[in-house]
Design a protein around this ligand. Structure first.
Ligand code: SF4
Length: 222
């Protein structure tokens, strides 16, 4: 019969423990969310505190995608720890929908190859109503995005001008229709309240209008 001394056992236990702590052997690590900031914009709105840049070129955008994926490589490197498994994904900006379709597709597919997306309950991409296109929305939906947040901000042309926005009020219902046709059921409208010169009465239609397009939850920024 083979007898182990206490010293032998502790060595064996230490080896087993270190093997089970190898990052590559650990189960995925649940994290609440993965946020990807896409900083490109038509122009810099005067009220905006978000990091955003203009004068982007295709080369600059392609480089941005490859750098985000290089950053993702760091986070999923097995030597750094277990693979992150987010329960929500959010692409904000900036104006994420300014990223051309092939680049956005490459970014989404690249992230899908790196992270564990088996637990994602909601995946949102912010879209400017002026940029909503059927092929773009279809690509998002086919790649697992299930919620679009439109930067509507106001339904008043003068208020949009004050905000330096680059879309018309009618772009909003048109965008919602495009998204619905692409299969999106979860839609959000961002509205800004207390715009300079805005009266309470002029703001009211903005709050009523979404209810005409169906029950929606939208967030407001004052
Ligand atoms: S479009 Fe949005 S993110 Fe870009 S500058 Fe204007 S408010 Fe900021």
């Amino acid at each position: 019969m083979l007898h182990s001394s206490p010293t032998t056992l502790s060595v064996l236990n230490a080896r087993a423990a270190s093997a089970s702590l190898e990052p590559a052997r650990l189960p995925p690590a649940d994290i609440p969310g993965l946020y990807v900031h896409i900083p490109f914009c038509f122009h810099k709105c005067h009220y905006c505190d978000f990091y955003s840049i203009t004068r982007q070129t295709e080369q600059r955008m392609a480089r941005f995608v490859s750098l985000v994926l290089a950053e993702a490589d760091f986070w999923v490197d097995a030597r750094q720890g277990p693979t992150p498994r987010p329960s929500t994904v959010f692409f904000g900006g900036g104006t994420p929908s300014l990223l051309p379709l092939p680049f956005m597709s490459e970014l989404i597919r690249g992230l899908r190859r790196r992270f564990d997306f088996s637990n994602v309950a909601e995946w949102t991409v912010e879209v400017n109503p002026a940029t909503a296109r059927a092929d773009y929305c279809t690509m998002l939906r086919e790649n697992g995005v299930d919620r679009i947040s439109f930067g509507a901000q106001s339904f008043d042309r003068a208020e949009l001008k004050t905000l330096e926005r680059h879309h018309d009020p009618q772009d909003v219902p048109a965008s919602l229709e495009i998204a619905r046709s692409a299969g999106f059921q979860r839609l959000n409208l961002d509205l800004i309240y207390a715009i300079p010169g805005q009266e309470l009465a002029s703001g009211r239609p903005a709050w009523k209008r979404p209810s005409r397009w169906g029950r929606r939850i939208f967030r407001a920024t004052a």
